[in-house]
Design a protein around this ligand. Structure first.
Ligand code: NAD
Ligand code: ISE
Length: 336
């Protein structure tokens, strides 16, 4: 069985996903694409082989009977419209993070999905599929080093485009660490504090970079996330969980360690595509396989909702300088 997928948004990550859906994964074909930049959509359709339809709008793509399932990789503020349209059409939808950019928009998506009585939405928090994060979670949940107390995380981007803001450090980057924390410890974030260390001279005027985001989980586990977007040297993702009887950390290098006269070293990834390439592949293959079996898998609309609400709380904490409580709605049975 081949799942015929339609991709909305053929920018940076949309192109990367079309490549993997076309050339890397099995049981799937890109049947259609669209983008507000139609020339870009046409050129991406050409790169995906013969018979890829180019639709003028996302609505037309979702309505196309040849499209079994929808992938949303357009800008964040457009996600709500497309996810709601896919739900209304009864089609499975994979939405890149964020699920939507406001609590209210996520509420509407959760309400719409709950009303159908089945899961249709999957959110692109690909770190859950990274082999290193999975190994770390297996140790934490296995209990072999005791109860978790703390997690230290770093999320360093080498650079970002000029339109990037301090708010985006939380909404765009730290959102991944928030999802990791919720998934790692199987609990929600109860409160957020954001501290501003000394500002990097590489950050433009008025841009607070780096940030130190402190997540307080409901059990009391504390997660500190150093988030920076002008690190220069690499895309460096770190994580260590401190438990009562030991610690578990992401390994420093996925590839080979080279030893030479006077030292040793390995490659550091240059961007998120390189660091998480296998996680993205695994995430999508799992989604395709689940669709072929008649269901879905992966982070849910609830996970997308909780991450967005926690990010909003982080923004409030960035402005207030104080600890801000995370207030979530009651979790619908569909997600329990
Ligand atoms: P991008 O700007 O490179 O691409 C977005 C594309 O969407 C552009 O081609 C744009 O023309 C198109 N678009 C905008 N509005 C549209 C609309 N209404 N209908 C159809 N197309 C529209 O951005 P990107 O970096 O590819 O990011 C896209 C999404 O993916 C964002 O939500 C971003 O947060 C997410 N993302 C996730 C990861 C990850 O690690 N999981 C990494 C990068 C980006
Ligand atoms: C980007 O949008 C992503 O999602 C990457 O995974 C993240 O590391 C980066 O900071 C974001 O800008």
């Amino acid at each position: 069985m081949t799942i015929e997928v339609g991709v909305i948004g053929t920018g940076m990550i949309g192109q990367d996903h079309v490549r993997r859906l076309t050339h890397v994964l099995s049981g799937v074909r890109v049947a259609a694409v669209t983008d507000v930049d139609l020339d870009r959509a046409r050129s991406v359709a050409d790169s995906a082989g013969d018979g890829v339809a180019v639709h003028e709008t996302g609505a037309a793509l979702i309505a196309d009977p040849a499209v079994d399932a929808v992938v949303v990789t357009s800008w964040g503020p457009t996600h709500e419209e497309y996810v709601l349209a896919a739900i209304a059409a009864g089609k499975q939808v994979f939405c890149e993070k964020p699920l939507a950019t406001t609590r209210e928009a996520c509420d509407r998506i959760v309400d719409a999905e709950v009303a159908t009585g089945r899961r249709l939405v999957s959110v692109g928090f690909m770190r859950r599929y990274d082999a290193q994060y999975r190994a770390m979670k297996a140790v934490v949940t296995g209990g072999e080093i005791g109860a978790p107390l703390l997690m230290h995380a770093a999320h360093r981007n080498p650079s970002v485009p000029d339109h990037y803001t301090s708010d985006m450090i939380i909404n765009d980057s730290t959102v991944h660490d928030i999802d990791v924390a919720r998934w790692m410890f199987d609990e929600e974030v109860a409160g957020v504090t954001v501290l501003k260390p000394r500002r990097s001279s590489k950050a433009r005027e008025g841009f607070d970079d780096p940030l130190l985001v402190l997540l307080e989980m409901t059990s009391g586990v504390l997660v500190d996330v150093e988030a920076s977007v002008n690190a220069g040297y690499a895309y460096d993702i770190r994580g260590e969980v401190v438990c009562e009887d030991g610690t578990v950390a992401l390994s420093e290098a996925a590839g080979a360690i080279v030893k030479r006269s006077g030292g040793f070293g390995g490659r550091v990834p240059q961007d998120w595509r390189e660091r998480f390439v296998r996680a993205f592949d695994t995430e999508f293959q799992a989604w395709i396989d689940a669709l072929a079996a008649g269901g879905t898998t992966g982070p849910s609309a609830w996970d997308g909702y909780a991450a967005t609400v926690t990010c909003e709380t982080g923004l409030a904490a960035l402005r207030s300088g104080a600890r801000e409580p995370v207030v979530l709605r009651e979790k619908p049975d569909l997600y329990k």
